[in-house]
Design a binder for this molecule. Structure first.
Ligand SMILES: Cc1cc2nc3c(=O)[nH]c(=O)nc-3n(C[C@H](O)[C@H](O)[C@H](O)COP(=O)(O)OP(=O)(O)OC[C@H]3O[C@@H](n4cnc5c(N)ncnc54)[C@H](O)[C@@H]3O)c2cc1C
Length: 279
């Protein structure tokens, strides 16, 4: 006789920092009583969220010159939630982040004009973001000024409160904390690959290489793999994925003291060239 599939109210598919955060929030802050999290790797947060697969910046929106005012408002609120979460964990939290100052650099008249406009508007959200001129920049980040032509204008925005976060560890922590004292039916399946999702009359059947489960609601949080599953369910047919190659360049000597972002093309949906003291 076929074993009946276990039923959950919600199944979160993909245990990176996104899926783990959703699992955490649903278990801690909602009345949903049964939640499954399914992850194909043997640990959470091992793909894009893993420490050396991203730049570990907690994006508030002050140095991210491609963020609109509205986007910065929402990323600031979300990032503050992460900071509060990490601080609440005390010493455990300290293992997941470091504080590094951060700087947004504008070079030349065109960039400086855009910077100045932005600086005025964004002051409302980031009142502590300071404007620095060449002499102050030279004190904080000498390598930005050393060797630069004297007539090349530069200004920068500066904040001491930049956070470098290990999102892989954060994913693990979200799930660990979620499982504490809830009295809920929470299942975390590692080493379990989702192979197919079938929409049923009520809810979804999730077929994995280990088990089949049924859920009323699914959250597909598999990063770039999500679109393939969305399409198999009839969603997002108008979208496709454009792979973008990038590089990390490292230095054996210490070059920077801050995370240094540059003014960038607002048509680019991801961060442009930036330098990082901790990679
Ligand atoms: C070079 C680079 C630098 C970046 N820098 C930053 C930064 O500084 N700050 C920042 O906030 N973001 C940064 N990002 C983006 C950030 O890394 C991602 O947005 C984030 O990690 C995505 O998390 P996720 O949980 O959505 O995806 P992932 O961490 O990739 O999680 C998806 C999970 O789904 C699982 N999965 C996939 N398919 C299946 C399946 N069939 N069955 C079961 N499980 C499956 C995977 O194993 C994985 O664990 C950077 C990205 C890159 C590439």
């Amino acid at each position: 006789m076929k074993k009946e599939s276990k039923h959950f109210q919600v199944a979160v598919l993909g245990g990176g920092v996104t899926g783990s955060a959703i699992f955490h929030v649903l278990s801690k802050y909602t009345n949903i009583n049964s939640i499954a999290l399914i992850e194909k790797c043997d640990h959470l947060g091992q793909i894009n969220s893993k420490e050396n697969n991203n730049s570990q910046t907690l994006h508030f929106g002050d140095i991210e010159a491609n963020y609109s005012f509205e986007k910065a408002k929402s990323t600031k609120a979300a990032s503050e939630m992460v900071v509060n979460y990490l601080k609440k964990l005390g010493d455990e939290g300290k293992k997941m982040y470091t504080i590094a100052p951060k700087l947004l650099l504008a070079v030349g008249e065109k960039e400086i004009n855009i910077f100045n406009e932005r600086f005025k508007t964004f002051k409302e959200i980031f009142p502590d973001f300071k404007k620095l001129y060449r002499e102050d920049i030279a004190l904080i980040e000498p390598e930005i000024v050393n060797g630069r032509k004297a007539d090349e204008q530069i200004v920068a925005g500066y904040s001491e409160n930049g956070y470098t976060v290990d999102f892989g560890k954060l994913a693990e922590s979200f799930v660990e904390e979620a499982k504490k004292d809830t009295g809920k039916d929470l299942q975390v399946s590692l080493n379990t690959k989702v192979e197919k999702i079938i929409k049923q009359e009520k809810g979804f059947l999730i077929i994995t290489d280990k088990e089949e489960i049924v859920a009323d609601i699914i959250v597909v949080a598999m990063c770039s793999h999500s679109l393939m599953f969305a399409k198999s369910l009839g969603y997002g047919k108008e979208f496709s994925i454009l792979p973008v190659g990038g590089n990390f360049y490292t230095s054996e000597r210490k070059v920077l003291n801050c995370k240094v972002y540059t003014m960038q093309n607002d048509k680019m949906p991801f961060a442009g060239v930036h330098g990082d003291p901790n990679i």
